[in-house]
Design a protein. Structure first.
Length: 105
C-alpha cells in the first residue's frame, strides 16, 4: 500500500469504504426482510377475499420486503466491486487473515 496518499486518493478511499459500509447495512436489512417476507407470504396464503384490506396491506408490505431482498443481493455484488477497486487502486486486500477488524462480504 502506498504511504504517500494525497487528499484525492484519501477521498476516493473514504467514498469506497463508505459504499461498502452502506452495502453491508443493505445486506443486514435484506436478511431481516427475508424473514419478514416469509411471514408475510404465509399470512397471505391464509387470507380469503373477505380480507381484502388486510390482504392489500400485506401484499404491499411483501413487495417492499422483496425490494429490500433484491437490494441486498445487489449490495453483495457491489461490495465485491468496491473491494476489487480498493485492491487494484490502493493494494488494499478484500479480507484479512490475521488481526484487525473482520472483513465482510
Amino acid at each position: 500500500m502506498k504511504c504517500d496518499l494525497n487528499s484525492v486518493e484519501l477521498e476516493d478511499m473514504h467514498l469506497l469504504f463508505g459504499k461498502i459500509n452502506q452495502a453491508r447495512m443493505e445486506i443486514k436489512a435484506g436478511i431481516t426482510a427475508q424473514e419478514d417476507y416469509t411471514e408475510s407470504i404465509n399470512e397471505i396464503n391464509c387470507l380469503s377475499s373477505e380480507d381484502s384490506e388486510y390482504g392489500e396491506e400485506l401484499c404491499r408490505k411483501a413487495l417492499e420486503q422483496l425490494a429490500m431482498i433484491r437490494a441486498a443481493e445487489l449490495a453483495q455484488i457491489n461490495i465485491h466491486n468496491y473491494q476489487a477497486e480498493l485492491e487494484s487502486k490502493y493494494e488494499i486486500p478484500g479480507s484479512r487473515s490475521e488481526g484487525g477488524a473482520a472483513a465482510y462480504g
